[in-house]
Design a protein. Structure first.
Length: 77
């Protein structure tokens, strides 16, 4: 899942060196939280106008996780 997120984010940002994706341990309901952090200059590119790109990233990750029987949430830090 981290590779999927990394590939999506790499296509959006200019500074590919500062992409950091961390995975939190599953909570009581089995939901895994992925935290994405990029350089401040690229933050707008990942979030998009009115959060549309961020919402699309979350949708893709959620559907990919459901294919494997997981539950995943993406947070952009």
């Amino acid at each position: 899942m981290e590779q999927l997120i990394a590939e999506i984010v790499k296509g959006l940002v200019e500074d590919k060196e500062n992409i950091n994706i961390t995975k939190a341990e599953p909570d009581d309901e089995g939901v895994v939280v992925y935290h994405i952090s990029v350089s401040p200059d690229d933050m707008g590119r990942v979030i998009g106008k009115q959060g549309r790109i961020a919402k699309a990233i979350r949708t893709v990750v959620r559907s990919a996780a459901s294919r494997t029987g997981e539950k995943a949430v993406v947070e952009i830090d």
